[in-house]
Design a protein around this ligand. Structure first.
Ligand SMILES: C[S@@+](CC[C@H](N)C(=O)[O-])C[C@H]1O[C@@H](n2cnc3c(N)ncnc32)[C@H](O)[C@@H]1O
Length: 216
């Protein structure tokens, strides 16, 4: 068997996206409404949502913690992968985003499965009990990722999942003069994840690069 690996190109990303189960009209409407209200269109891609749903179902997750709600797109998609008594606790700093997400969660098919917590991730996470989640998804301010990771290693049970977005730093991972100010924080976090013995983890080349770790 060859040890040569195949490079993941833009063409591969498009190929994957074109072969992903399409979004339903509700999620398309949510994105249109969020854009119309001036909320940035920085939600996860449908193929990443689909992959995370598969992971959550394979892990038989019931309780999920998220940092970074935005319009509620990822929270709703994750909640759809949980059993009827499952719950996504999602944390959002911006009141405008939290308001929008709460409205759209309320009219979604998973209204009872998503709780929006308002505030900074680092203020809210310490209030969540140890071993109270089967999975966590980090998708907010990158500079806080190391602290979020510490908190999630406490909150997520052994064998649970820790997923972290933007390992590819908005496409600027290898840029010599990156335009985004969070690129340095992501590079440092990627090195930290790779050296975290409490996790078996890998960057999956989907979306903007998704860290998937299992708590040992
Ligand atoms: C990339 S968006 C999240 C996208 C969302 N996960 C999705 O895919 O649908 C990041 C969100 O994190 C929020 N945020 C930024 N800093 C935060 C903090 N310190 N605590 C909680 N949320 C924060 C932003 O307001 C924004 O809504």
């Amino acid at each position: 068997m060859s040890e040569q690996s195949s490079l993941v190109t833009d063409q591969h990303f498009r190929y994957i996206a074109e072969r992903t189960t399409p979004e339903d009209p509700f999620l398309k409407d949510l994105k249109r409404a969020a854009t119309a209200e001036g909320i940035p269109s920085i939600w996860i891609a449908p193929e990443q949502a689909s992959f995370m749903q598969i992971l959550l179902q394979a892990a038989r997750a019931r309780e999920v913690v998220e940092v970074g709600t935005l319009a509620g797109y990822s929270a709703i998609t994750m909640a759809r992968a949980l059993p009827a008594d499952g719950r996504v606790r999602t944390i959002e700093l911006e009141a405008k985003h939290a308001d929008f997400a709460e409205r759209w969660v309320a009219k979604s098919d998973v209204a009872g499965r998503v709780q929006v917590h308002r505030g900074k991730g680092m203020d809210v996470l310490p209030g969540f009990a140890a071993d109270s989640a089967d999975a966590a998804f980090l998708d907010a301010d990158k500079g806080s990722y190391p602290q979020y990771l510490t908190e999630c290693l406490r909150i997520v049970r052994r064998g649970g999942l820790i997923m972290v977005d933007n390992a590819f730093a908005f496409g600027e991972l290898f840029a010599t003069t990156p335009s985004d100010r969070e690129v340095g924080a992501i590079r440092a976090f990627n090195d930290l994840m790779a050296k975290t013995p409490a996790l078996q983890s890998v960057i999956v080349p989907i979306g903007d690069g998704l860290w998937v770790g299992v708590k040992r």
